[in-house]
Design a protein around this ligand. Structure first.
Ligand SMILES: *Cc1c(COP(=O)(O)O)cnc(C)c1O
Length: 365
């Protein structure tokens, strides 16, 4: 089966470097919040053209802690797309705020600024823009709305490490960029990890306290924090991986180019990258009619197509909102299909995916 993602194949590319890095950490005797995390925070923030990096336990916590570091919590509302990993909504609600769902643009699958603005109430404090599938959201329009209504703009960059918005790295444009290093992400460690990249030093300092019991530098809790730390072993591995990220993203773009060329002849919708942006194809998602049948037939041919995501957040029990209707989200949810996409995917495998889709679609259903 050709999987839609394959972190194990990726590991084989940096195996020795990772083992050496882990060995150095084990030998050092210092395992949590040490030199590796501090170096990786600086290196990754610099990579993102951002100011200050704060390593945390995972991408969901990155969103929660970023919001809390701006004083957002109980009684506040935060606008998010519903068409995203449910982690976006979970991250918002873990700070005590309510996730308010808005629709996405049909062309790019990212938060629609017009719909986001309509969702603003006196309780709104922030907008979380998700660069879904590695494709930058409309940050200019969203930033303008945030300025006008005095809201924070948080970028959920969990799928977009290295993506460019008008020549600038995502994560450096809003008030904070939240990243996940879950194994399948474009920068993915064998375990959990996350980071917030802040443009403001004060918010960064609060996040550093929040991730560790609200401690100040005398280890006294100044406010109620959590325990959400990036550990030394993952930071050491991530530092090695960071050297590969641009090359891996380039290979993803190359694969996307091959898919685009072959698939646009077929009766399906290929992904579009926003003008002036460079996507990083965390996922390659097409839209087709009869999606479930096609997915099944692909599986029979040994192709592990997947769905991101089979239910939008507001369609799941935990986040159901009475009377809420998001027409674009609810339409595309039944059409989206994720094809295999990871840097180590071989050309012959890409060809096989295209050929199989061609056969399935021309057979008629
Ligand atoms: C993966 C992901 C997250 C959450 O990251 P975790 O590290 O799994 O907590 C948040 N948002 C999006 C869009 C994601 O894809």
């Amino acid at each position: 089966m050709i999987p839609f993602a394959d972190p194990g194949r990726q590991y084989s590319e940096y195996r020795q470097q990772a083992l050496d890095a882990v060995g150095r950490v084990l030998d050092s005797g210092w395992y949590v919040l040490g030199e590796q995390v501090a170096c990786f925070e600086q290196e990754f923030a610099a990579y993102c053209e951002g100011g200050y990096g704060v390593g945390v336990g995972n991408g969901t916590d990155a969103i929660t802690i970023a919001l809390r570091s701006f004083g957002i919590g109980t009684g506040d509302e935060v606008i998010v797309p519903s068409h995203t990993a449910v982690a976006t909504a979970a991250g918002v609600e873990a700070c005590g705020a309510k996730a308010v769902f808005a629709d996405v643009e049909e062309r790019y699958y990212t938060l629609d600024p017009v719909e986001a603005e309509k969702a603003i109430t006196p309780k709104t404090r922030a907008i979380v823009a998700v660069h879904l599938y590695g494709n930058p959201a409309d940050l200019d329009a969203l930033a303008a709305i945030c300025r006008e209504h005095d809201l924070r703009l948080i970028e959920d960059c969990a799928q977009a490490h290295g993506a460019l918005y008008h020549g600038h790295k995502v994560g450096s444009i809003g008030d904070a960029g939240c990243f996940s290093f879950y194994p399948t992400k474009n920068l993915g460690t064998p375990g959990d990890g996350g980071m917030i990249v802040f443009s403001d030093e004060g918010a960064c300092e609060r996040a550093r306290q929040l991730r560790q019991y609200g401690w100040d530098d005398k280890r006294q809790s100044q406010f109620a924090g959590v325990n959400s730390r990036l550990d030394e072993m993952h930071a050491a591995i991530l530092r090695e991986q960071l050297r590969h990220l641009d090359g891996w993203n380039q290979r993803r773009r190359e694969i996307a180019g091959m898919y685009d060329a072959r698939l646009k002849e077929l009766d399906l919708v290929v992904p579009e990258v926003r003008e002036g942006c460079e996507g990083v194809y965390h996922l390659y998602v097409v839209r087709v009619k009869n999606r479930d049948i096609i997915r099944q037939k692909l599986r029979e041919k040994g192709i592990g197509a997947s769905i991101h995501y089979p239910q939008a957040a507001h369609q799941q029990r935990a986040y159901r909102r009475d009377g809420l209707c998001l027409p674009v989200t609810e339409k595309i949810v039944d059409e989206i299909l994720t094809l295999p996409m990871f840097p180590q995917l071989r050309d012959d495998e890409v060809n096989l995916v295209c050929q199989s889709l061609d056969e399935i679609l021309s057979e008629g259903l």
